[in-house]
Design a protein around this ligand. Structure first.
Ligand SMILES: Nc1ncnc2c1ncn2[C@@H]1O[C@H](COP(=O)(O)OP(=O)(O)OP(=O)(O)O)[C@@H](O)[C@H]1O
Ligand SMILES: O=P(O)(O)OC[C@H]1O[C@H](OP(=O)(O)OP(=O)(O)O)[C@H](O)[C@@H]1O
Length: 219
């Protein structure tokens, strides 16, 4: 990857970086790929230039990453497959980073019984609607923003569609995983125009990251 130390402003690759859970894993991956990224979580700054890595970072909510990338204010971004499926934005999905592994599942109480117009609570209404439509099941989807597992416990919904990683949240709330919908990992995405205009830099980054991912996977 051709990187110089004199890149400034718009020469830098603008990266939409998700705040929160994925962040530390992404930074580790970038550092293993030889990119000297400081711990950006230490600061409340939202735009952080790292000229020595040829990149500038904007710190955003994970769910907003595809929006910043689709509009081209970020050239690339890192986002979970769950968000990509839900948001369905017009971006290139370049690389499976293999981090933040979990799965999207249908979850319910063990004694769940089908009802006429079942209610499904979820943070992912598009994913849930599409899944049940494909299953030929009519459901009412209720959008929540967190603590989704609460819904079947207190009678808000019959089932939920949510992520499962270790299964701890399910176990501690007496819920069971009924069906797995798809597997989730974090992905590197790119704006369509940026991918053409800044191809050398973006492809170079992909190649560096791919080397780390492949060696971690023992390929
Ligand atoms: N339990 C989990 N295990 C592994 N990966 C997860 C888990 N929960 C979420 N993820 C992945 O991490 C991404 C970001 O999750 P995170 O909880 O940081 O953001 P969020 O859901 O937008 O939270 P908040 O609304 O609290 O900011 C998700 O989109 C998903 O890809
Ligand atoms: O299988 P586990 O390892 O228990 O992980 C799964 C939990 O993690 C996520 O919740 P999060 O921590 O983001 O909380 P929230 O959705 O309630 O905000 C997800 O929505 C599940 O509740």
């Amino acid at each position: 990857m051709s990187q110089t130390n004199d890149q400034t402003g718009s020469d830098l690759l603008m990266v939409a970086m998700p705040k929160g859970r994925i962040y530390k894993q992404v930074i580790r991956l970038f550092q293993e790929a030889g990119l000297s990224i400081p711990d950006l979580e230490e600061t409340r700054k939202l735009v952080i230039e790292v000229p020595e890595a040829g990149m500038s970072f904007i710190m955003v909510k994970p769910v907003d990453v595809p929006t910043f990338v689709e509009y081209g204010v970020a050239d690339i971004g890192i986002v979970g497959k769950d968000v990509l499926m839900e948001e369905n934005k017009d971006v290139y999905e370049l690389l499976d980073l293999g981090i933040a592994k979990c799965r999207m599942s249908v979850i319910g109480l063990p004694n769940w019984k089908p009802t006429i117009q079942p209610r499904v609570a979820t943070k992912y209404p598009n994913v849930a609607s599409q899944y049940f439509r494909e299953q030929g099941q009519q459901v009412e989807v209720i959008k929540l923003n967190g603590s989704i597992e609460l819904a079947p416990l207190i009678g808000l919904a019959d089932r939920i569609v949510d992520m499962v990683e270790t299964g701890q949240t399910l176990r501690e709330n007496g819920l069971v995983e009924m069906e797995q919908i798809f597997g989730i990992t974090s992905r590197l995405i790119a704006n369509r125009v940026s991918y053409r205009m800044k191809n050398e830099a973006i492809q170079g980054l992909c190649d560096r990251l791919q080397t780390v991912i492949s060696s971690a996977a023992g390929v």
